[in-house]
Ligand binder design. Structure first.
Ligand SMILES: Cc1cc2nc3c(=O)[nH]c(=O)nc-3n(C[C@H](O)[C@H](O)[C@H](O)COP(=O)(O)OP(=O)(O)OC[C@H]3O[C@@H](n4cnc5c(N)ncnc54)[C@H](O)[C@@H]3O)c2cc1C
Length: 493
């Protein structure tokens, strides 16, 4: 979807004129939907519609601060069971009403923005932890369960889910799965695709499918994997069986500073290559150290922050390896304080909102790249972003490490004369540089509306395969249509 397509979701307009942008749903449809979920769980009040007309996409915040308003959905349903979800999907098929699954609304790429007059299916009332199986280290959980509550309930029983995204306080399990999330502890515990052992979902025709939780299977392609990263376009995830872990016996915080980024990256590469998996490993450039660790870490240095956890003996050995590799790559130990500081502040995201409130434009972009190109990509995009008119801040950190490469997470902010040209100009620079150097344009935030235009270059021939799958499963193109460059199902019909 191009820029014009994105715009149709937002309109010029003063505050208080939201009703103008609210297409009505057929009365008969609303009546049947009410019969299905109950009067209380089918909402059409303006405040309810407005709160489901946006997600955490920062450009949405910029538009809103400049007096633009999102187009509203027609209604919001809060199903309480898989049967209710299935009933709603069948009803939408019959009336040809588009529908959008909605979790916590913390997505940052516009993936949950509804088209005009859609039915938003908010999963937050399907919020129970159904079973914790300690012997097999599995937890069965409803898709609308809040991440923080999920982790807290597991901790109480002596386990961790190992999936701790920065959005943990407000995101849901279904949202994690729908856009292939990665948590801050992912280097040890894996990304969401490593954690999903089984799924239940409602397909675009209302059929309910379930996969069994097994250690592995060779009975053909694992089709439930299609839902991981489907961003609400191939079905509604209603339940998941996730892998869990015994609560760590020991935690060891360590940090090192380096004179250069290359030294910090080299130490990390060697640690991963030797088979060690620190739960948390984050490398901050000098700008991020200045922004997030002022007074805690010496300015101008690059910071490598580690939190090792697990079995006591394993952590001890891992600590020795981390220390050895960091020292030999030129690092100097800087103690536990930076890690304690990070643990205290890791869910704090107030700075971005301050920039927007102050009339600026800000966003974050995460990509992934092989080790051999990681430093080159960082330098290239930094240089190009800094050249944009109005840019006041560019910084980066590396998180989520693999034996073959790493995730680069960039932040840019500016006060440009043309905010939209600036915003898309910055995205273009990062996407192009990443594709040129052989990386992937998203490590964990997904595609939504933001990255759709680069999907052809990203996926090549696989894009038309995805479109055919979408067209075959959702021939009326009702399930979160128009997203991710393949959500229109083109090629499938
Ligand atoms: C402050 C902040 C920090 C963040 N940190 C991280 C991070 O550390 N790691 C990370 O990976 N991401 C992060 N994100 C982005 C990420 O998109 C969300 O955190 C989260 O995983 C999305 O879950 P949600 O429940 O909020 O989904 P939503 O925003 O509600 O939806 C996201 C997408 O999934 C679809 N969807 C939602 N639920 C379902 C369902 N049950 N079935 C089918 N489709 C569904 C929606 O239609 C939409 O396309 C962050 C976002 C913010 C604002």
């Amino acid at each position: 979807m191009g820029r014009r397509g994105i715009r149709f979701l937002w309109e010029e307009g003063g505050r208080g004129r939201m009703g103008r942008l609210r297409p009505a749903l057929p009365e008969a449809f609303l009546r049947e939907a009410r019969d299905l979920v109950g009067e209380r769980d089918l909402r059409t009040e303006e405040a309810e519609l407005f709160s489901h007309a946006k997600d955490a996409w920062l450009l949405g915040g910029v538009w809103f601060s400049r007096g633009k308003e999102p187009i509203l959905p027609g209604a919001v349903a809060y199903p309480e069971s898989t049967e209710e979800v299935s009933g709603l999907v069948r009803l939408c098929c019959r009336y040809k009403i588009p529908l959008v699954p909605y979790g916590g609304g913390t997505g940052v790429v516009g993936g949950a923005l509804p088209p005009a007059g859609a039915l938003v299916v908010d999963l937050k009332k399907m919020n129970r932890l159904l079973e914790v199986d300690g012997e097999n280290l599995l937890a069965r959980v409803q898709a609308g369960m809040n991440g923080w509550r999920y982790e807290e309930e597991l901790n109480r029983r002596g386990y961790t889910g190992g999936h701790i995204p920065q959005s943990l306080p407000s995101s849901t399990v279904g949202g994690w799965i729908a856009h292939r999330a990665a948590g801050q502890f992912s280097t040890k515990y894996g990304k969401i695709e490593d954690l999903v052992a089984g799924l239940e979902a409602v397909m675009p025709d209302g059929t309910v499918v379930r996969s069994r939780a097994v250690p592995r299977s060779a009975t053909g392609p694992r089709l439930e994997q299609l839902l991981l990263g489907s961003e609400g376009m191939l079905g509604i995830i209603t339940e998941a069986t996730l892998r869990i872990f015994p609560f760590p016996e020991r935690r060891l915080p360590l940090s090192f500073t380096f004179p250069s980024l290359e030294g910090a990256l080299e130490a990390a590469r060697r640690i991963l290559r030797r088979g060690f998996r620190p739960a948390v490993l984050r490398i901050y450039d000098g700008e991020e150290v200045g922004l997030h660790f002022r007074g805690v870490v010496e300015e101008g240095r690059v910071l490598s922050l580690f939190l090792l956890e697990g079995d006591g003996k394993q952590v001890e050995v891992e600590g020795e390896v981390v220390e050895g590799e960091c020292r030999s790559a030129g690092g100097s130990p800087s103690g536990e304080k930076p890690v304690e500081h990070w643990l205290r502040t890791r869910f704090d995201v107030h700075l971005a909102q301050e920039v927007i409130r102050g009339g600026g434009v800000v966003d974050t972009v995460e990509v992934a790249i092989l080790w051999s190109r990681a430093a080159e990509l960082y330098r290239k995009v930094r240089g190009e972003l800094e050249g944009l008119e109005g840019m006041v801040h560019v910084s980066g950190h590396f998180s989520h490490f693999y034996p073959e490469g790493v995730c680069l997470y960039l932040t840019f902010a500016g006060f440009p004369s043309d905010p939209e040209a600036f915003y898309w100009g910055a995205w273009e620079k990062v996407m192009k540089a990443t594709l040129e150097l052989g990386g992937t344009i998203s490590h964990h935030h997904g595609v939504g509306l933001v990255r759709a235009r680069w999907m052809e270059e990203e996926l090549g021939g696989f894009l038309s395969v995805l479109r055919k799958i979408k067209g075959a499963l959702d021939p009326q193109n009702l399930m979160n249509p128009g997203k991710a460059g393949w959500g229109d199902g083109r090629g499938g019909r």
